[in-house]
Design a protein around this ligand. Structure first.
Ligand code: A2P
Length: 266
């Protein structure tokens, strides 16, 4: 089996990195960390294309780097798609295995694509929390915003564990903790199991419950900024609501008051 895995040559323009650790959260979600190539630079919030050396032409999928840009390793948070061409194999990786990564990072969920503001909202569902896992560990996020509010909505309560543990870790981190203390807050919801908050983020924004829970005013384009990462439907619905509140979609070329990542959808 080990031999079968190394049978194919590593394609050009990819890094071949080693798995450092794997943690499974549920039967649908897991995290893995790989070694970081010395020459690899990215901005917190960007994504890369990930594959496995198990075919002549490996299947690549977009993965947000969940670790911050200063980290010595690279972290990814993944779904396990039944019969998914990449994740049916990727979910079986173990420490020491090889993972392929295309060399060029890209993405719009970056601090540079937002104009300055007071409060940054990160709206995520499921593995859409990954780019925010990077951004909430980046000191720059706290230099730019007075308040950072991460929201994650999942179907099941256990799917929220990654984000809960992460926020706890960030607040206790010797490097970022001091910056994040009092600024970083997590709002979680589970839609298909009993949970204190059992509604979609779109409903929570529209009925104002999100803001009541947080004790902050409703969305105001003068001070609030947004980042959205989730399924295509979630992105479109959340985007429409932000626009209704007067926020405008921005990009790297034209920064504005909210940004969206469409790379993972489909
Ligand atoms: P729901 O359980 O009501 O479908 P998925 O795994 O399908 O991407 O869903 C992840 C989470 O995102 C679920 O809690 C789901 O809620 C929620 N969700 C799905 N579609 C939307 C949408 N269009 N707007 C807001 N939340 C959504």
């Amino acid at each position: 089996d080990q031999e079968a895995k190394t049978e194919f040559p590593i394609p050009a323009n990819v890094f071949a990195e080693k798995v450092v650790s794997v943690q499974h959260y549920t039967d649908r979600l897991f995290k893995f960390r790989i070694t970081r190539p010395a020459s690899f630079r990215f901005r917190s919030g960007e994504f890369v294309m990930i594959g496995l050396p198990n075919a002549e032409k490996p299947v690549f999928r977009a993965y947000s780097v969940a670790s911050p840009s200063w980290d010595e390793e690279l972290e990814f948070f993944s779904i396990k798609v039944p019969n998914g061409p990449l994740t049916e194999h990727l979910q079986k990786i173990q420490s020491g295995d090889t993972v392929l990564m295309r060399k060029k990072p890209t993405g719009t969920l970056v601090n540079d694509a937002l104009i300055p503001g007071k409060r940054l909202y990160m709206f995520s569902t499921g593995t859409g929390v990954a780019p925010f896992a990077s951004l909430i560990r980046d000191p720059e996020t706290y230099e730019k915003f007075e308040e950072v509010i991460l929201t994650q909505t999942c179907r099941e309560v256990n799917e929220l564990t990654y984000a809960k543990e992460l926020v706890e870790e960030v607040i206790n981190d010797p490097l970022v903790g001091e910056l994040a203390a009092g600024k970083l807050r997590l709002h979680t919801a589970a839609t298909r199991e009993p949970y204190p908050c059992q509604e979609r983020i779109t409903t929570l924004i529209e009925n104002g419950k999100l803001f009541e829970d947080l004790g902050v005013p409703r969305l105001d384009p003068a001070v609030d900024r947004g980042m959205i990462c989730g399924s295509m439907e979630m992105i479109n619905d959340t985007k429409a609501i932000l626009e209704k509140h007067g926020l405008e979609e921005g990009s790297n070329a034209s920064p504005s008051t909210f940004v969206v990542e469409r790379a993972f959808v489909g």
